[in-house]
Design a protein around this ligand. Sequence first.
Ligand code: SF4
Length: 251
Amino acid sequence: MEAKKRLYLGLLTFSLFLIAAVIWLAWYLIANRTMLVNQVLLVILVAGAILFLIIFALGIMAMVIMIIRSHTTPWQESVARVVNEWLFPVALLVGKLLRVDRDSILRSFISVNNYLVRSKKVKLPGEKVMILAPHCLQNSECPHKITIDVANCKQCGKCKIGELKQLAAQYDCKLRVVTGGTLARQAIKEQKPSAVVAIACERDLSLGIQDISVIPVLGIINCRPHGPCLNTDVDMGYVHNAMNFFSKGGR
Ligand code: SF4
C-alpha cells in the first residue's frame, strides 16, 4: 500500500479507536461511579464535552452577532474561525444526511464568509490585494500562456481575462490565473497579499476560504454556461464591487 493511503487509513482507524476509547471510558466511569477517582474523571470528561459545546455555541453566536451588527471584533473572529474549521465538515455531513444540495450549502458558506469579511473595515492599497482567477475563465481556443504570466493576454475580448487584467491595472493589484488549489496557495505564498478576491466554483472557493482563513477572502462564484471547467464566466460587477470594498475599506 502506498505511504499516502496508509497515512490516511491509519488516521481514520486511529480516530475510530479514539472515539471508541472515549465511549468506553464514559461507560466504565458511569458503571463504576461509586469510586471517588472515577467520579472525578467522569466530571472532567463531562466538563470537557461541555467546554467543547460552549466553544461551538459561542462560535455560532459570534457569527450571528457579527452578521446582525455588521461589525466584528478580534475575539469573535478567532472563535468563529476555529468553529468554522471544525464544524464545516460536520455541516456538510449533516446536509448530506438531510439530502440538502451540497452546492447550496457551499454557496451559503461563501455568502456567510463574504458577509463577515465585509463587516470588517479592511482598507488596503491595491498592491496588497490579489485577484485569483481560475484557468477555465480563459477561452479554450486561446493560445496564450496566461497561467505563466497574465501579461501574455492580448485582451482580445473573447473571455473575461482581458477585463480582469484591465481591472487589476486600474487598481494596481496583483492578478494570478491558476489551474487549481495548489497553485492558488503557491501564488498566495509567493505574493503574500493582505486580502484576496477569489473567483472559482463553489467547491474550490469554499476549500480555498477554509485554507487561507488568516487573510480576508471575498469569494465570487463563477458562471458555467458550458458546464464545469470550460469557458466559464464571471460577473465583472461583483469583481469591481469586491475591489472597491478593499480599496475604500467599506461596503
Ligand atoms: S482575452 Fe486574453 S486570455 Fe481571453 S482569449 Fe483573449 S487573449 Fe486569450
